[in-house]
Each structure stands twice: as structure tokens, then as C-alpha cells.
Design a binder for this molecule. Sequence first.
Ligand code: DX5
Length: 225
Amino acid sequence: MPGGRVIAPSILAADYARLGAEVAEAEAAGAEWFQLDVMDGHFVPNLTIGLPVLESLRAVTDAFLDVHLMIDNPGEFLEPFAAAGADMITVHQEASAHLHGDLHRIRELGCHAGVALNPATPAETLSEVLGYVDLVLVMTVNPGFGGQKFIGEAVPKISTVLRMAADRGIAPPVIQVDGGIDPTSAPVCAAAGASSFVAGSSVFRWAPGIAANMAALRSSLAVHV
Ligand code: DX5
């Protein structure tokens, strides 16, 4: 898993007619981590991508591919996403009836294990599994769509998770934020302890373009070194 502060473009906002080229453009601008948002139309009210997109991207990049499963019954899809080339698989605490088992299975499959929390879900719901995750994804929007407004009320959850780990003598998981992340909201999350910043619209959709957008995000985070 790439270390330090990392911008992870979310390909949900990319132009799918030019996906390979847009990923290459972001890589040329320093991206080494990409998030793939998998939605099933049940856990969230939207349908997006699946295994074929992961397989195609895996074939064209060595970047860290982070699969964010916004699906019901994520446990049923861990093997195929691991086999298709995921470096990390993140499941939602709200969707996994067997979270302990799913996190262990993800690691057994050779992937990093992540767990995601919707804005309404308290950090304390992770108390029994914090020792089995590499990453905690604190959603800063309600999942399902890109281009939504950043929910600042979710930020304090970042330090709560880090405090829970410290209280248990557990190595702190990487804290990732996702939703409405841009050069204004990213530093706020960094100051609270986040180090992985998923950004869709502010990388792929905003003018002037991918390279300048990546540079703007990076310099907004540099302020908080
Ligand atoms: C939303 C997804 C996010 C989304 C982020 O459910 O999990 O990754 O693509 O998009 P922006 O950065 O536009 O909010």
C-alpha cells in the first residue's frame, strides 16, 4: 500500500470512453492509487462497474487498485475481485453480516482489507475488528454518487478511530476519506489524521484538467505536512 499522504482518484468520475488514457494521464501526474467504485443498485441507489473494468485496468497499470464494494453480501464477491487483480478490497460495515470473516478472507486472498463507514455509522461499530483492517474508509458523503457536497460532520470520526486503535495498542489503520474531497476539504481531513484521499470530480471533472487538479490537491495537502 503506498505510504504517506496519497491522492486516490476515483474512476467513477472518469470518461469511460477514454478510461485507460485518463488513468495514464493521472499516473503521469503522480497518481499511484486508484479507487474503483462497485455499486449494485441495492446497497446504494446506483449501478456502476464490476470485474471486467478491474481486469482491463489491471492489464494496463501497476498502480494500487482499491476496490470499494458498495454492494449487499460483499462476502460472495471477495474471491473474484481478488482474482481479477484488486490490491485492496473494502467492504461496508453496514452491508457485511459477517464482517470479521470477510476481513479475514480478504487478507487470506492476499489483498489489503478495508472497512467503510457511512456518515451515520459510528466509529465504535468497528471495536471488534479494528485489529484486522489495514484501512478504515470514513465516507464524507452518503455513498452512491459522485459530485456530492462534503459532509464535514463525518471528520471527527477520523480521530475517534485513531484513538480507538491507540487505546487498544493496535497499529493505526490508514484512514481514507471519500466524497466531496477537493483542495478545501482534503486539508481538513488531513489535519484530523486521514492519509488517503479519494477524489473523483476534483480530479477528472474540474477544469483545467487532470494534471493541474492533481497538483492542486497535492499542494493543498503539502500545507499540512
Ligand atoms: C461515492 C463514491 C466516491 C465518489 C467520489 O459513493 O464512493 O468514490 O466517486 O466522487 P467525488 O469526489 O466527486 O465526490
